[in-house]
Design a protein around this ligand. Structure first.
Ligand code: GTP
Length: 602
């Protein structure tokens, strides 16, 4: 395909603004699928993938569009994951394109998520084509949204296409805009091969599939290619594209996007951002922007029923086949037994994995307090000569007198909120040690940017933000590096014994509030026993908060004084059932819900 007839673009949209619906329309209009095949959303539906051999994980579709100028163009629609946790994948997808459609809901306007992605797109020098979608809605205010795009994002929206993906309005205009406004890719076909690895996934039939964008040279079937970052070599056994059905090709030239397979066993070997080159005639240097993705949020996952441990191990290993970005290793906890310490790209990523384990693999899990990775500088080198350690688990915190400094990761957060909720959101940020950077108002809404410690955000910041704003606030963040902080390990003691799954690292300034909240909630969550149970929050040996669960006064069966045998048995059964969902901790039973509930801050 000659590069000047290629257009590579992505679609940027806030959740629910109509990205999938629009993508479907574009595919339908350019004849990629029959009407019957279009019956449900293509880019969103996993089942269609299985039924018809359409690979959706690729989320890149090649379309043929005969434009008004008489030329048939090849359009590559690159879908991008919509969440901050996957920001690096997004950045590589964007680097594979020359332009983007910015889809904004005509009734909702610009949202924070949209902003972050648009700015990234602008950084990649993309030509941005604004599309104001859902103009069929009675509440649509396209002119106001057009102005908002100009005021908030600062791009020219006078040529924005007014569309309704649902009813098919504006689709032709969008296709014409893609062809006339987004520039074609450039690249020398005679230069040594340079192709960027945009995405990879595991397919049960094809093995590891790699999505690439060729920057220079030609990628051919039968070619020996080297992965410049991984330092590995593979023989390309398949080249193709998705229309969205698989179409086999013989090669991919400069500017083209497509897939290859090369008998790669593990997705971890095919890292996003790597550069593929010809082994015999390699490029002098790799493409810029490669980054090793590292998990940032860690937590322990334990089966409620200890007998499920093997099942959990198998399920986690299966999920990991398709997602090299999460990590796991075995962990044992005095309270929870055998489980895994898992690392995630962010809280959403954590929730996705946790939910899949619960739903698809039918596991009952206990999740320990999510924690970020702290950097600890030791006063003296340890026996291995190491003076700086990365702490993934509060349980592994060294002795206080061995610690010189502790640093924590910080983020830059952008929050977008209607004026009326601004006060409570600012207070929330303040309470979480936020440092305000900027505050601007546009048309009844405020945009606040804050620097915040990531550890203050990983618990329930997002939930609080949503509940304080009745769901209207949106939030996005980027990591901005490590800063030293006055951080301490807070232990929770139940009946004088520390419960390691509940220990966490907190800022000294907020420790007392956090500790108090925690023991108060635990007091509500742990049922009474036959004896008195002290619950304490402590830093080092110093107790900073304390509550006591008083002893049960009578045996439950005492109620049946007079002796109705059936009733008595029923009560005992009930007690037993309640027990099944509890963790015995020393002589105290802690209900499963308590572990997560206790972590939610008031
Ligand atoms: P995520 O997949 O959650 O990121 O959302 P999305 O941006 O892909 O949005 P999607 O296409 O799933 O659309 C969200 C909702 O808006 C769906 O219920 C669509 O039917 C509806 N929708 C999309 N486009 C239009 C439109 O032009 N008009 C109207 N009225 N509804 C639309």
């Amino acid at each position: 395909t000659p590069p000047d007839t290629i257009r590579n673009f992505s679609i940027i949209a806030h959740i629910d603004h109509g990205k999938s619906t629009l993508a479907d329309r574009l595919i339908q209009r350019t004849g990629g699928l029959t009407d019957r095949e279009m019956s449900s959303q293509v880019l969103d539906n996993m089942d269609i993938e299985k039924e018809r051999g359409i690979t959706i994980k690729a989320q890149t579709v090649r379309l043929s569009y005969p434009a008004k100028d008489g030329v048939t163009y090849t359009l590559n629609l690159m879908d991008t994951p919509g969440h901050v946790d996957f920001a690096y994948e997004v950045s590589r997808s964007l680097a594979a394109c020359e332009g983007a459609l910015l889809v904004v809901d005509a009734a909702q306007g610009v949202e924070a998520q949209t902003l972050a992605n648009v700015y990234q797109s602008i950084e990649h020098d993309h030509e941005i084509v604004p599309v104001i979608n859902k103009i069929d809605l009675p509440a649509a205010e396209p002119e106001q949204v057009r102005k908002e795009i100009e005021d908030v994002i600062g791009i020219d929206a006078s040529q924005a296409v007014l569309a309704s993906a649902k009813s098919g309005i504006g689709i032709d205009e969008i296709l014409e805009a893609i062809v006339t406004r987004i520039p074609p890719p450039k690249g020398d076909p005679t230069a040594p091969l340079k192709a960027m690895l945009v995405d990879s996934w595991y397919d049960p039939y094809l093995g590891v599939v790699i999505l690439v964008r060729v920057m220079a040279g030609v990628l051919k079937k039968g070619q020996q290619v080297s992965f410049m970052q991984a330092g590995t070599t593979h023989l390309v056994d398949r080249v193709g594209c998705f229309r969205p059905k698989i179409e086999q090709l013989t090669d991919l030239g400069p500017g083209e996007i497509g897939f290859i397979t090369a008998q790669i066993k593990d997705v971890a070997q095919a890292r996003v951002g790597d550069t593929l080159t010809d082994t015999k005639r390699p490029a002098a240097e790799a493409l810029p922007g490669f980054k090793e993705v590292q998990p940032v949020v860690f937590c322990g996952l334990f089966p409620v029923d200890a007998n499920d441990f093997e099942k959990l191990r198998e399920s986690i290993s299966k999920l990991r086949l398709n997602d090299a970005s999460f990590s796991f290793e075995m962990e044992t906890s005095a309270a929870l037994g055998f489980g895994f310490r898992c690392g995630f790209l962010g809280l959403l990523h954590l929730e996705i994995i946790q939910e899949r384990l619960t739903r698809e693999y039918d596991l009952d899990l206990i999740t320990t307090a999510p924690s970020v990775v702290y950097q600890i500088e030791l006063t003296h080198p340890d026996p291995a000569g190491i003076t700086q350690i990365d702490l993934h688990n509060p349980a592994d915190m060294p002795d206080v007198n061995k610690i010189k400094t502790i640093s924590e990761p910080w983020i830059n957060a952008t929050i977008y909120v209607p004026d009326e909720y601004l006060g409570s959101i600012l207070k929330l940020c303040q309470d979480r040690r936020g440092i305000q950077q900027n505050l601007t108002y546009v048309g009844g809404r405020a945009q606040a940017t804050y620097e915040l410690p990531l550890n203050e955000v990983v618990f329930d910041f997002y939930d609080r933000l949503k509940s304080l704003s009745k769901g209207y606030a949106s939030f996005d963040y980027q990591q901005i590096g490590y800063r030293e902080g006055d951080l301490v390990k807070m232990s929770i003691l139940v009946n004088e014994e520390p419960v390691d799954a509940l220990s966490m690292i907190v800022h000294r300034g907020t420790a007392e509030v956090r500790g108090r909240g925690m023991v108060e909630r635990l007091k509500e969550l742990i049922p009474r026993h036959l004896f008195k149970i002290p619950i304490q929050a402590a830093i080092g040996g110093k107790v900073i908060a304390r509550e006591t669960i008083s002893a049960m006064r009578k045996d439950v069966t005492a109620k049946c004084y007079g002796g109705d045998a059936t009733r008595k048995r029923k009560l005992l059964d009930k007690q037993k059932k309640g027990k099944a969902k509890m963790r015995e901790y020393g002589s105290v039973s802690i209900p499963q819900e308590a572990f997560i509930a206790a972590l939610r801050m008031g």
